[in-house]
Write a protein that binds this ligand. Structure first.
Ligand code: URA
Length: 210
């Protein structure tokens, strides 16, 4: 991907995103919409998966046909909201390996601190897609990418539902080699770090917590 930021401006994505932003949308509907949008975004972010050719017999004749090549994709959920995007990608790429990164914010230093990290083996040989619906300040996203790079990943992409300009700038500064795919670049962050106009707390909305 040559662009650092790709906004998927597709009518289906934008329609579903409008429904997700609406505060009247129920938890179950929010989850279903996130699942569906993730699949549409995943189509875009997997565009450069490596392919090779294999010989098959159709009912009509023998042909050389494209097939995915190389090590399986690694999908990495940034906990906890990233989990809402896992199944959508896994339905499209069922053989993907899955990892998890857990980070919390230290209230004194305001810096992200790791509490969980589990990644698939041979990360350096795989395309790695990190998923988190909200790219807000970018601090935890950048820290998650740091951890993936420390674990050997060299070909990383970042998939989110909404991005704030501040988060995109932070990622560009820390990880210019990591392309971002999103459904929307929103206006700004508010003083509490929420994306505006946004959709509120993505984790709370998908899991029905407060
Ligand atoms: N995380 C969220 O869930 N929502 C925001 O607006 C920002 C970060």
């Amino acid at each position: 991907m040559s662009e650092h930021l790709t906004v998927v401006d597709h009518p289906l994505v934008q329609h579903k995103l409008t429904l997700m932003r609406d505060k009247g949308t129920s938890t179950s509907e929010f989850r279903r919409l996130l699942h569906e949008i993730t699949q549409l975004l995943a189509y875009e972010i997997t565009r450069e998966l490596p392919v090779t050719h294999t010989t098959i017999d159709t009912p009509m004749e023998t042909m050389d046909s494209p097939i995915l090549a190389g090590k399986k994709l690694a999908l990495v959920s940034i906990l906890r909201a990233g989990n809402g995007m896992l199944d959508g990608v896994l339905e499209l790429v069922p053989s993907a390996r899955v990892g998890f990164v857990g980070l919390y914010r230290d209230e004194e230093t305001l810096q992200p601190v790791q509490y969980y990290f589990k990644a698939p083996k041979e990360l350096g040989d795989r395309m790695v897609i990190a998923v988190d619906p909200m790219l807000a300040t970018g601090n935890s996203s950048a820290a998650a990418i740091d951890l993936l790079k420390e674990a050997g990943a060299t070909n990383i992409r970042f998939l989110c539902l909404l991005a704030a300009p501040e988060g995109v700038a932070r990622m560009k500064e820390a990880h210019p080699d990591v392309p971002i795919v999103t459904a929307s670049l929103d206006r700004e962050l508010n003083d509490k770090g929420y994306i505006m106009p946004g959709l509120g707390d993505a984790g709370d909305r998908m899991f029905g917590t407060k």
